[in-house]
Ligand binder design. Structure first.
Ligand SMILES: [Zn+2]
Ligand SMILES: [Zn+2]
Length: 353
């Protein structure tokens, strides 16, 4: 029995060493970082296929249809998605995104634990003190996730509501096919998001830990890596046609991947809705009035707006995707309309959406 358990453990460890997410830091050097980014992308795609297959066989397969790996693969890898011009731009953006990450984002990751330690060094301990143990570890995890979730929501709300920032975020929405390899994100938008999440998230989470007297612990940091990995695998489904739901009740509390498909819809009723992130809370969307619960079987067309699809897509080439936002963002400043006006039903807004 012990021998079997030991064998299973070593099989799992070998499997995880090959397929699990790996540490990948710009400090390792340029080529190791680029190589690591590629390997991590391939691994993420493997997990999408594995979990996607389970979801297909359990929830999507029609009644009476026999179990078939081939049918599952055909559902998960539709040729109609991968043959589009939209996907070509996404793939061309992959090396640019890696280069971006390597050059710009190395020094920005500030965890909540680091912030908490720094605040204690500067100001001493708060009057409150949670003793080291399960409660402190749990609170550190909750505060860290809360900080990142809130910071990311703030970046996203800004990207949708303020005309200048929308022009850079719009590139992500101009994708007309969703797939889990990589959906284009403009480098400027990526940079702002990283600032919010890695700096802002750390400050919020670490600030809460400091105020309530929760000391940073390596146990919580280790658990956060595991939780982050699980979230990452689920987030793969946000940019796909596969509906990944936590069930009706939980979907109202924790943002599920399929809400993000509504977020990418070109239809007017879905505009600027569901700004949260998988694994985070729906609360922020509720508070901002941007929560949209999809109806059963509700269909969407992916894109920035119905008027900007196909040949009318302002980002129909890589060059336009990269350059147009600068022109349009400058125009919003010149027009002196910093606030992105809310679209009225049925009315198309010039230069915005
Ligand atoms: Zn968005
Ligand atoms: Zn998206």
């Amino acid at each position: 029995m012990i021998a079997i358990a030991g064998w299973l453990t070593s099989v799992f460890n070998t499997f995880w060493a090959v397929m699990g997410p790996h540490h990948n830091a710009p400090a390792d050097g340029f080529w190791p970082y680029i190589g690591g980014s590629f390997v991590n992308m391939a691994r993420s795609y493997f997990w999408f296929l594995l979990f996607g297959m389970v979801i297909y066989q359990l929830f999507i397969r029609r009644r009476g249809e026999r179990l078939s790996l081939w049918a599952g693969l055909k559902h998960l890898l539709p040729a109609s998605v991968y043959q589009t011009r939209s996907v070509r731009i996404d793939l061309l953006m992959v090396p640019i995104a890696w280069l971006d990450n390597f050059l710009l984002f190395a020094g920005l990751a500030v965890g909540s634990g680091v912030v908490q330690l720094w605040l204690v060094q500067q100001f001493g301990h708060s009057v409150l003190q949670v003793p080291a143990g399960v409660l402190a570890v749990t609170l550190q995890i909750i505060f860290t996730l809360l900080g990142t979730d809130l910071a990311r929501f703030a970046w996203h709300l800004q990207g949708h509501k303020i005309a200048f920032f929308w022009e850079f975020h719009k590139g992500h929405h101009s994708a007309e096919a969703l797939h889990p390899v990589f959906i284009r994100t403009h480098p400027v938008d990526m940079f702002i998001r990283t600032l919010y999440m890695d700096l802002g998230g750390g400050l919020v989470g670490g600030g809460l830990m400091f105020l309530l007297g929760v000391d940073a612990s390596p146990t919580a940091a280790g658990l956060l890596v595991i939780i982050g990995t699980c979230f990452h695998f689920m987030q793969q489904f946000e940019h796909s046609h596969v509906k990944f739901s936590f069930g009706d009740r939980l979907d109202r509390i924790f943002y599920p991947p399929h809400f993000h498909q509504i977020h990418h819809s070109a239809l007017l009723e879905h505009r600027d809705k569901n700004l949260g992130l998988t694994g985070g809370l729906c609360l922020w969307d509720k508070l901002a009035g941007t929560l949209y619960i999809p109806k059963p079987g509700e269909k969407v067309i992916f894109g920035a707006s119905l008027e900007e699809l196909g040949d009318n897509n302002p980002h129909r080439t890589l060059w336009r995707f990269l350059s147009r936002p600068f022109v349009e963002a400058a125009r919003t400043l010149a027009q002196g309309s910093p606030v992105h006006p809310d679209a009225k039903d049925g009315e198309e807004l010039p230069n915005t959406r």
